[in-house]
Unconditional design. Structure first.
Lengths: 326, 326
């Protein structure tokens, strides 16, 4: 129909007019194509147009920025082995701050699933909201410490029920990729995630700020693993920090009985030993043969629960803030 | 020339052939345009192709990921008022960890300049390298505490020389936008940066984990500023935390004598008073009328310098790690 129309014009008006009309049609087509392409290929530009219209541009929505980041990061990242980050947590004054801070690190890592597991009987809406706002693929589960350990005197096996719950989730939901126990108060270099992602069995690397030694690491002598450098040996086969190793999901699936024991101070060792058969000479050494530090065992100063609020603040914003505070 | 060529063909072969040829040319043009557009509009796709070729895809370079993020974030963000983040720092066991962690938050904020200012006589290559890897626009300066305060007994005016150096840099290099004093151990919600960016004079908002009150904030009564809620008043006109306010660059430039005093505990108050004329009723109240917490004064547990290394580790990786440790 399109060609027939043009032929009719050409026959009546001559080739010159035909040429001009066809060129005009082409220009219009090219123009339309350019516009549709700009929107399709530059979703962030499209977002900006929407943002522009927000009242006086005073607030740029978090969601807008985060969607743009995720769009960029996820593009092409689906071929990377997935990373399952297991983060045990518990309600305390610093919890929201710590998880917010860690979320920013994880937002920069492509193809990642964040398993946030709280030592509690029910989830907390503030955390649910925080996780949603990050745009990270996540699950938020609860795993309270069994009552018998809560009652026990002395050091408690903190985070064990959480981490075992994480392992349970990984077993049920993952087939490939790598998992890593990442506490919410540690600090991580992005390079760590680039490297652990390709773990075949169990990879290890130095952790800074552990004991008075300042670092916990495998010792590399003549280019090979020789022993562990850690301020506390305790007769452990694997004297390493919880943040010092990552494990392949497939390797875990081949060891259906691997589990973390409720033994304060021996959680890492117990878990790594439960991955048997697995010997220290099989460790994959990351971080440039353990010469760089990509994770630090930073600890946050504990705060007492906030003091109670005087009645005179009843009809003020401080009264509302109190609901967020521990 | 293009039209003349076609006209010649039309004259010899008739309008049908002309029509077919022009359509073919259009198809070729559209095809070429599509290809060039794909590469231009999807730089991340182009980067992926480069990444693919890296040996066994084992290491995805930090720089690659970061460039993609920055490319996405900076796209269209040049219209946002710039943010100048002034971070005082000093050499200690936790320094690299804290700056790494903070950098991840700042990497997610568009149109930002990071002024990292160390209390030292010379810069540190580890920090220079870290800052370069973040891809953030930054300057790294030094500003040692004057000797007279170092010798003084009791509380020291920490971070004052750093922050004044930051103000000096802002005065010399910025004309618009907003600056904010962001310590390297605090935790920040991304929404904070969205909001402070549009400060006209001085904006304020709650800071969590400050004193036993658990929060420091302006008090809003009947929708208006009424007083300050802070665990330590100390006779201050502005009893607020260093992380609790942001200031417009233009407002600072109109107050050439504004400066932070070397008075431990009175740094915030002294600086805000030096912005005169400025009264508490002019404060712009952010964070949903100060009912949300977007910044926390988290403090990291201090670590002693790491113990010295036994000679037996001389030809191992631990010897090299020691150079990173404090």
């Amino acid at each position: 129909m399109f060609c027939g129309y043009r032929r009719k014009i050409a026959m009546s008006g001559g080739p010159r007019i035909l040429c001009v009309i066809v060129l005009c049609v082409c220009c219009v087509l090219l123009g339309q194509y350019h516009l549709s392409n700009s929107v399709r290929n530059n979703p962030q530009q499209y977002n900006d147009l929407n943002l522009e219209s927000i009242e006086t541009r005073r607030y740029v929505s978090d969601a807008g920025t985060l969607n743009r980041i995720n769009e960029c990061l996820n593009y092409g990242s689906e071929n990377l082995p997935p990373l399952y980050i297991i983060t045990p947590t518990y309600r305390r004054s610093e919890q929201l701050a710590e998880l917010t801070r860690l979320s920013h690190t994880l937002m920069l890592v492509p193809n990642l699933y964040w398993l946030v597991i709280e030592d509690a009987y029910k989830t907390n809406d503030l955390i649910t909201d925080l996780l949603k706002r990050t745009g990270i693929n996540h699950v938020y589960l609860t795993a309270p410490m069994p009552e018998q350990y809560k009652k026990k005197k002395g050091a408690k096996p903190r985070g064990v029920s959480n981490r075992n719950k994480g392992l349970e989730w990984v077993r049920e939901n993952a087939k490939t990729g790598v998992f890593y126990f990442a506490d919410d108060d540690n600090s991580y270099d992005l390079q760590l995630f680039n490297e652990i992602r390709f773990t075949r069995k169990v990879s290890m690397f130095p952790v800074g700020l552990v004991t008075k030694f300042g670092v916990s690491t495998p010792v590399i002598r003549n280019g090979r693993f020789s022993e562990f450098y850690d301020g506390w040996q305790g007769g452990r086969k694997f004297p390493v920090d919880m943040a010092g190793f990552a494990v392949s999901v497939q390797f875990l699936l081949e060891r259906p009985h691997a589990i973390m024991p409720y033994s304060p101070g021996f959680e890492e060792d117990g878990f790594l030993k439960s991955l048997k058969p697995f010997e220290p000479n099989e460790i994959e050494l990351l971080a440039s043969s353990c010469t760089k530090i990509y994770v630090w065992h930073t600890q946050t100063k504990k705060n007492e629960p906030s003091s109670s609020l005087a009645e005179k603040y009843n009809n003020t914003n401080v009264h509302l803030l109190k609901k967020i505070l521990v």
